[in-house]
Design a protein around this ligand. Structure first.
Ligand code: 4NP
Length: 170
């Protein structure tokens, strides 16, 4: 397994429960990074600001929606954001403003990385990923649509800003 210390840039995706939006972003980005041969350079993880689902697999609806698009999210387990994350990660990317605000409260003064919303790396005008937990299956499709396009923008940004590489999709 890739250790964070051996990689060039580390990205943490954050939502509330770490069973719907952030594991989707984790799995989608992990697949794209692997396709580009960059798995040894980019460390990826996800976490929740809440603690209700610690140790759980992604929500069954998240797993199914991902599987239908070719993403295997079954290895992921929910965890909560911790203080150490601000020492390890260069990019801490929130799915919505509420989680971003919670992360800003946790952020230590010495954090030198980037704490911001994830979606603006993409080209959509919408900048928050809606919480699909209480809704129907279409919400999980929407999460995937949003995450897939923002993942391309994030990959291009990391390649340009940190890796001196050009993703094949650009
Ligand atoms: P997520 O969705 O933040 O995208 O993982 C949620 C999952 C669980 C809950 C809320 C949102 N919950 O209240 O348990």
């Amino acid at each position: 397994m890739t250790e964070v210390a051996n990689t060039e840039v580390a990205v943490l995706f954050v939502c509330l429960g770490n069973i719907c939006r952030s594991p989707t972003a984790h799995g989608v980005f992990e697949k794209r990074v692997a396709e580009e041969g960059l798995a040894s350079k980019i460390y990826i993880d996800s976490a929740g600001t809440g603690d209700w689902h610690l140790g759980e697999q992604p929500d069954p609806r998240t797993l199914l929606a991902g599987q239908q698009r070719g993403y295997d999210l079954s290895h992921l387990r929910a965890r909560q954001v911790k203080a150490e994350d601000f020492d390890l990660f260069d990019y801490i990317l929130a799915m919505d403003r509420k989680n971003l605000a919670n992360l800003q409260q946790l952020k230590p003064r010495h954090f030198k990385g980037h704490l911001r919303l994830f979606l603006p790396f993409g080209r959509d005008l919408v900048d928050e990923v809606p919480d699909p937990y209480a809704g129907g299956t279409e919400g999980f499709e929407q999460v995937l649509d949003m995450v897939e396009q923002a993942a391309e923008g994030l990959l291009a940004h990391l390649c340009d800003a940190h890796l001196n590489e050009f993703p094949s999709s650009q």
